[in-house]
Design a binder for this molecule. Structure first.
Ligand SMILES: [Zn+2]
Length: 327
């Protein structure tokens, strides 16, 4: 073997190692909100069980930790279905996943007073706390609906003190690919049996999510000089039931490893000062940037206009389901 061939051989032989070493080592924690399902008011218990089985099945099969955040009012939306809807929550725990509190009726803290909000927190943990206790576990995490953390600093801090005193750790969000906005149009395409449109919506969602990651990874570097473990916000819906696996594959290609929320929160970034207040519910990267008077990076991905058009064409009750816009 001549020198040049030997060199070529070595280059080719070690190319995969070099490639894997050059791939960034990123971490992410998965969180899924609005359980037992975002559109629980439009779904039968059987449909909720199906969605749960597929989401939980994907996570379990891939051994990915996740925390699901519950709105317990969704357990009581149809008479005669309470037990079946509670059983869907048990599927999460049976699979070794964790459940947290997302307040009883998904209220906006920016719209209701502290007292009403605290009541929704307390009422929202009734069943979940019991299910966890049956397994010797405690409820640990709270996620603000709409990411509304308060309109003024005093309110924000009063609520945070209340949550901490009740044993909660607040679950931040750093990545929001807005699956809730794609979910109602995907549901409509499922109902009409239009598989081509379903595929188009899935492709648009994954492409948009990729753009959100591009932006937020750069944003993280600007703020911290590195990428802290990210925390992604997803929802219990048909889109995730059918395509969570596709999203996870995309994340692996970006170099992500899946970590628990607990492990992600150990990172220094999540202890950095955060005094953001305002009418808009925004992710923690934006909250940290505003706290430091740091300009938001340019180039935020645009929500796909063709998908926006489909959203606008939905009949009003469905267009707003399951969750009004975060921003
Ligand atoms: Zn929510």
């Amino acid at each position: 073997m001549t020198r040049i061939y030997r060199l070529l051989f070595l280059t080719l032989a070690f190319a995969p190692i070099a490639y894997s070493q050059s791939r960034p080592d990123r971490q992410i924690a998965i969180t899924i909100d609005d359980l037992p399902a975002s559109a629980a008011q439009f779904m039968s218990a059987q449909e909720i069980t199906d969605v749960t089985t597929r989401i939980v099945g994907t996570l379990k099969q891939q051994q990915i930790p996740a925390v699901g955040f519950v709105n317990e009012n969704k357990l009581y939306m149809r008479t005669g279905e309470v037990d079946a809807r509670i059983a869907a929550l048990n599927q999460w725990l049976d699979a070794g996943l964790e459940l947290g509190n997302h307040a009883y009726s998904h209220p906006s803290f920016n719209r209701v007073g502290l007292k009403d909000f605290e009541e929704s927190v307390i009422r929202g943990e009734t069943v979940t706390r019991t299910l966890l206790a049956q397994r010797g576990k405690k409820i640990r995490y709270f996620r603000h609906p709409f990411l509304n953390v308060g309109r003024d600093l005093q309110s924000r801090q009063e609520l945070e003190s209340f949550l901490v005193n009740r044993g909660y750790r607040i679950a931040p969000v750093t990545i929001d690919p807005e699956d809730w906005a794609f979910a109602p149009i995907y549901d409509a395409a499922l109902r009409s049996g239009d598989t081509a449109l379903q595929q188009q919506i899935v492709a648009a969602f994954l492409k948009y999510a990729d753009g959100v990651f591009d932006y937020d990874e750069k944003f993280s570097h600007e703020l911290f000089g590195y990428e802290p473990p990210q925390i992604i916000l997803l929802h219990g819906n048909n889109l995730e039931a059918g395509h969570l696996g596709d999203l996870l594959e995309m994340l692996r290609k970006r170099g992500y490893h899946f970590v628990s929320l607990e492990s992600a929160l150990d990172d220094f970034a999540y202890s950095s000062p955060n005094t953001y207040v305002g009418d808009n519910g925004v992710g923690w990267l934006v909250q940290w940037a505003i706290t430091r008077s740091h300009a938001l990076p340019k180039g935020a991905p645009e929500f796909p206009p063709d998908m926006q058009k489909l959203r606008k064409a939905l009949p009003p009750p469905l267009a707003n389901a399951p969750t009004p816009p975060v921003l």
